[in-house]
Design a protein around this ligand. Structure first.
Ligand code: ATP
Length: 300
């Protein structure tokens, strides 16, 4: 079952279409990496899921039920979120901030303790939040979101500004939560920060979904470059000139976006033109490469 589905979710501010016709599908118990450059509409989408921003068109369904004014209260009780700056009053300690959340939501002590342990903040609760590091503030924000034991957690850029150790801690936390069945939607404008934690991805550019699906589908969607090793890459490039996008890359000729059939034809043409070929290989791709291809080229 999908925890989040949207149909044609759309938001415009005046004449500016910020989010356009999104059909999101977020499976239960996954970490869904919601990726896109700054300004692509990630925060606006998350705010619409949480009913903080009214959609211009479209529908949001959470756990099979529509999200609207009538259901909002009940729906939000099972969603934890961290949107924009981490919450918390600086002049209070972490523990005092959590007690405020506990009281306002009518939670019991054990729920708050479990949330604190999940983010490993137990030893920092007596410190004023003003003296927390950014990583500690993010973890406190996540603890506040977790205390109600949500089935869905929506986190907007939780790794923003964290050092590598802090980022790794957040990744680990997200994986642990998903392993317990919590559905986690997490946004980032930097793929590298959540790629290892996420198993599903939605990639947004200019308010539209370029891609949505599993990690395997993502790799399959972007065809990696073919590298032709040859001592005469310039000659080889001249042979193919005008037909394909080629680039000389050290001792190789790099060709983008060709399938196996075209690769075979290219090799035959090069051999026919007398270009010596030492090897032909497809480049290993990182998710970063795939992301760049999809967002820059807009191929999907
Ligand atoms: N209340 C608003 N009024 C007018 N325009 C808005 C409003 N909120 C967002 N926008 C515009 O919508 C676009 C998308 O913003 P959004 O914050 O959703 O993007 P984002 O992908 O989350 O980017 P970032 O990573 O920078 O937060 C931007 O061009 C932004 O200026």
């Amino acid at each position: 079952m999908d925890t989040v589905t949207t149909v044609n979710l759309t938001k415009s501010y005046g004449r500016q279409a910020v989010v356009q016709g999104l059909d999101l599908r977020i499976p239960q118990g996954c970490v869904y990496g919601f990726l896109g450059p700054n300004g692509s509409g990630k925060s606006t989408t998350m705010k619409m899921l949480l009913s903080l921003v009214q959609p211009s068109a479209g529908e949001v369904h959470i756990m099979g039920e529509p999200m609207n004014r009538r259901t909002r209260r009940r729906q939000l009780a099972r969603i934890g979120s961290l949107i924009e700056a981490p919450p918390g009053y600086g002049h209070l300690t972490g523990g005092e901030n959590l007690r405020l959340v506990q009281r306002s939501l009518g939670l019991d002590e054990a729920q708050v303790n479990r949330a604190v342990q999940a983010v490993r903040l137990d030893k920092q609760l007596d410190k004023k939040v003003a003296n927390y590091s950014l990583g500690m503030k993010q973890r406190l924000g996540i603890a506040m979101a977790l205390a109600r034991e949500p089935r869905l957690l929506i986190l907007d850029e939780p790794t923003n500004g964290l050092d590598p150790a802090g980022i790794e801690e957040i990744r680990e936390l997200l994986r642990r939560l998903a392993a317990r069945g919590v559905t986690v939607m997490v946004s980032s404008h930097l793929l590298g920060e959540i790629d290892k934690a996420a198993d599903h991805f939605g990639i947004l550019a200019e308010g539209r979904l370029l891609f949505q699906g599993s990690r395997e589908q993502l790799f399959a969607a972007a065809v990696p470059d073919v590298l032709i090793d040859t001592p005469e890459p310039r000659h080889a490039s001249a042979v193919l000139d005008g037909r394909l996008t080629t680039r000389v890359d050290g001792g190789s000729l790099r060709i983008g976006g060709i399938d196996n059939r075209v690769t075979a034809r290219v090799v035959a043409d090069l051999v026919g033109a007398g270009a010596p070929i030492y090897g032909v290989r497809r480049e290993e791709q990182s998710l970063e490469d795939v992301f760049m291809t999809l967002t820059a080229g807009g191929r999907l």
